[in-house]
Design a binder for this molecule. Structure first.
Ligand code: ADP
Ligand code: MG
Length: 725
């Protein structure tokens, strides 16, 4: 039996997998595997606990002595939970997480075995960093990377088949302290934003002394049975199907979205949720997505650093739990051509120490000026720095969404809804700067909350939308580390708020009242950023033309989108805000280019291999059957019409065989040429020379699929992957 039918057979004979039933209330198990505040209070002397809290709030560095105490309390807590190892857990530029495990066990001076964990080990570790992407930041003789504890994200226990490891969230840097990860820039961006945001907040409310960015992500993904996954080399190597003809039924009927969750998937989700609750990941929502076999998880939003860690951790756990259920998770942005891909919407907002969401309009007109300030400044920041934001979410896999026939388009625009558009327009046109004018404007603002209620229109084609009390960034790809776009959001809004504050100060120095000054500046910003606001259909041809006229960027692929990182103005911005040095930014740019070229290289090789090793033999075998049949019919002498169809089939198949062979060969030549180029030219060559060949090859292979005997076709078909449960 061929591997395809073997896999299908395995699938139909799957026994039900036992799932652990939710045994206790979520509130009882929530966070039980996290060294959270409660655990720390319990294991650390009150005086030390207080000391630790005040230090981590202020961002000062920890004394060695205190670190020793914290490490000791972590060790006690962890040993009581039967943890044997600890690991520094970090987020290299590969986009996923990495960990290096060490045992608590060590030998003391007398050669006796003891369990030990010192402050030193908690604070810093030196994994062999040479195999993580560094973009030339590490010369070969200094390949080491260092991890350093991030005390703002709690340690947690990773439990893999009862092997328990204490994981310590860390940043990952070079010997010289340069960032090799996504976490360090994120942390820097948050404190940068905080500084500028607090100055601005103080204009309105002097009780606001701290702010933090909030992030609520929505993780989309596909599930597939393990047996089917294992016989698709493309899924295994690249996470997406490189070949395969769309099934007659895709998502046209919309019968999957919010439909009943299949039993098997339900069992998986229940199991997964339990794991997440223990780790303090507040998953809240689960549902079917638009495409068949596509689903989504969303949590309650959290402080951005924690939310990012939780998303990274979730992706890891999703894969582990899936294996227990004989399933595989496909995080790829476009696992199947012709049906919807997966994104990871990032809901971004800013919260204050007074418990307010700065992007939530209220009834108090005074407070609404504060809302309007943050709202308009965010839009203005996105207008000015759209290209950097676009670059932050670009990747080989996300290219299948942005700019392809998929939500959202590659052009960045901001959707705010009718009600708020009207308000901005009125402020722009109507307000004069007399006292009456200001009163009139404040009056207008007090209507926002009621207007918001009616504003149910949610434009799903917009890449960046205001959804009532937060901005939803929809360009983020499902495989991505949210820290990448979050860092950019914090940086550009922080920078914009800084300018706003200065602009307001200038007007106030010239005798404007605060309200007048704020309104005047916002009015200008509204006018200047108008081009980025778009309420219509982001898919339409007209929008492309219109966006071009408005001068908005439209970068449909990664090498072009990444150019924004090489721009001089971008460099100054990163340096001025302190988020990345010029070296770090260059390295980041290089890593992202390399990653792109490598991904396409792997895809192209896998595709060639599959078509030459799997598809051509099947096609030739079927062709032989046809030829034998033609020869026999010829001998019967019943005339040409008895084998005419077969002859045409033979010819058609030959045509495709030839093209496949030829495209595979040309791809190889182009790859060889591309691999000789520098990072940038190489990325462009893979994009402009190799991808078009891949598309042509796929088209030939997909045309063969319905011509060849189904029994002989070696690859699991779309209908089998998408609809078999
Ligand atoms: P949708 O209709 O887009 O699914 P939801 O209200 O379900 O909207 O929210 C989606 C995500 O937005 C959730 O992860 C939620 O936690 C998050 N979210 C809600 N409020 C905020 C906020 N103030 N800051 C950040 N994220 C938020
Ligand atoms: Mg949403």
């Amino acid at each position: 039996m061929s591997s395809r039918f073997n896999a299908l057979d395995l699938l139909s004979n799957r026994e039900n997998i036992q799932t652990s039933v939710l045994t206790s209330r979520v509130s009882e198990m929530f966070g039980c595997n996290v060294f959270n505040d409660k655990a720390m209070k319990q294991y650390l002397a009150p005086k030390l606990y207080k000391q630790f809290k005040s230090i981590s709030d202020s961002g000062e560095s920890l004394s060695r002595d205190l670190a020793d105490h914290v490490a000791e309390s972590m060790r006690k807590w962890a040993l009581q939970k039967e943890v044997t190892h600890y690991a520094h857990w970090f987020q290299p530029l590969t986009g996923r997480t990495a960990e290096k495990h060490d045992s608590f066990f060590t030998l003391n001076g007398n050669g006796e075995a003891i369990e030990e964990f010192t402050g030193n080990e908690l604070v810093q570790q030196e994994p062999d960093g040479s195999s993580f992407p560094g973009g030339g930041l590490r010369s070969t003789f200094e390949a080491r990377g260092y991890t350093a504890w991030d005390p703002t994200s709690p340690a947690f226990i990773l439990d893999v088949n009862n092997q328990k490891t204490l994981c310590i969230p860390t940043i990952f840097v070079t010997y010289g302290g340069q960032a090799l990860d996504y976490k360090l820039p994120l942390l820097k961006s948050q404190s940068f934003l905080e500084k500028s945001a607090i100055d601005v907040c103080q204009l309105f409310d002097n009780t606001i002394t701290k702010i933090h960015v909030t992030l609520g992500w929505e993780q989309e993904f596909f599930l597939i049975d393990e047996a089917l996954y294992n016989v698709r080399p493309d899924l295994m190597m690249t996470g997406r199907t490189l070949l395969g003809r769309l099934a007659p039924k895709g998502q046209q009927l919309d019968d999957h979205y919010f439909g009943s969750i299949p039993e098997r998937v339900y069992a998986y989700m229940t199991d997964l949720e339990q794991e997440c609750y223990k780790l303090g990941i507040p998953l809240r929502t689960r549902h079917n997505e638009v495409a068949p076999s596509q689903y989504e998880f969303a949590p309650i939003y959290e402080e951005v650093n924690i939310a990012v860690d939780h998303n990274q951790l979730l992706m890891d756990i999703m894969e582990r739990v899936a294996i227990r259920h004989k399933l595989r998770v496909l995080f790829h942005e476009k696992p199947y051509a012709g049906v919807n891909g997966s994104g990871k919407h990032n809901n971004w907002s800013v919260a204050t120490n007074t418990g307010k969401n700065l992007l939530s309009p209220g009834k108090d007109p005074g407070k609404n000026l504060q809302f309007l300030t943050f709202f308009v400044n965010t839009i203005y920041a996105v207008y000015k720095y759209a290209d950097i934001l676009r670059a932050s979410v670009t990747s080989a896999s996300n290219d299948h969404r942005l700019g392809a026939n998929e939500a959202p388009p590659a052009i960045i625009s901001v959707f705010i809804g009718d009600a708020l558009s009207k308000i901005l327009n009125e402020i722009e046109k109507g307000i004069d700067l007399t006292d009456d004018g200001v009163k009139q404007a404040l009056n207008l603002l007090s209507k926002i909350p009621n207007l918001q209620l009616d504003n149910t229109d949610r434009n799903r084609t917009s890449p960046f939308a205001f959804t009532g009390n937060k901005f939803e960034i929809r360009m983020v790809g499902s495989t991505m580390n949210c820290a990448a776009p979050m860092t950019i959001m914090n940086m550009i809004v922080g920078k914009q708020l800084k300018e706003f504050y200065q602009d307001v100060q200038i007007l106030m120095a010239n005798n404007s009242s605060k309200d007048q000054a704020v309104l005047m500046v916002l009015k200008n910003y509204i006018t200047e950023s108008k081009a980025i606001r778009f309420e219509g259909d982001g898919y339409s041809r007209e929008w492309k033309d219109e966006a071009f006229r408005r001068g908005l960027g439209n970068f449909g692929d990664t090498p072009r989108a990444l150019d924004a990182f090489a721009d001089d103005q971008t460099k100054s911005l990163f340096v001025e805000t302190g988020i990345l040095s010029e070296d770090e930014l260059e390295a980041h740019y290089d890593v992202r280019l390399d990653e792109y070229a490598l991904k396409i290289q792997i895809e192209s090789r896998t595709m060639a291999e599959m078509s030459v090793n799997q598809i051509l033999p099947a096609a030739i075998m079927y062709q032989n059957t046809l030829i034998e049949n033609i020869l026999s019919l010829k001998e019967l002498n019943l005339g040409e019409q008895t084998y005419k169809a077969q002859l045409e089939l033979v010819e058609e198949i030959s045509g495709h065989i030839n093209s496949i062979k030829q495209f595979a060969y040309s791809m190889k030549q182009e790859r060889e040429a591309a691999n000789k180029l520098n990072s940038k030219d190489k990325a462009f060559a893979y994009c402009d020379k190799i991808i078009p060949l891949m598309e042509q090859l796929r088209s030939s292979a997909d045309q063969l699929e319905p011509l060849v005997d189904d029994e002989l076709w070696p690859l699991v078909k779309y209908r089998e992957m998408l609809f078999v449960r």
